[in-house]
Write a new protein. Sequence first.
Length: 237
Amino acid sequence: MDTRIDEVADGIYQIATYMPEMDFGFNQYLIAGDEPVLFHTGMRGVFPIVREHVAKVLPPETLRWISFGHVEADECGSMNEWLAVAPNATVIASTTACMVQLGDLCDRQPTPLADGADFTAGARTLRWYDTPHIPHGWEAGVLYDATSKTLFCGDLLSCTGNYEATTDTDRVGPASAAEDMFHSFSLAPNSATRVRQLAELDISALAIMHGPVYTGDCREALLGLADDLDKRIAAAS
């Protein structure tokens, strides 16, 4: 494993672990500030190294919020390890995730967020958007940082291979190739519609789970993803 940390926006850090045996990368995003946020926890097996890299920016015990796009090992596998390290930390996720899974899985009661709900993390305003079955389960969602105009978009636009921390090159082509390999999307008639709705947000950067932070035309990237989903849905039907 190769793990690195890079500041990808003002106060936002990408912790990236590349696993060569899978030719696949996994990112966590640390939002520093008065109330630090960790988006994606990583799997339990990478918890020690992720904690080590968080400590390069701030004391891990000061973490205030833990969030993730959906309930899956790479997204939230070590959430209870983080809750043990950070006594004031709270898990925040979609209302559906809290109702069907996290209310039982979390060692401390999680906080549910409704679609479109805002919450503050120190000086930052963050907003949750439900994305049911995009890309996977019905509890899925994304987190929008209105302060930095960053969309923490989870598994949207995932790619294989190793990558730099940021890029402005095409993301739709690599994401389409990855989907041809993994078939990870739960294709539904409204999948592309929801992605197009996200594209209308004022986004300066897409913080991808499996890939670099994209700093190019984020609206066009999301619209391109929506077009790709439409083609797949039409082919499947």
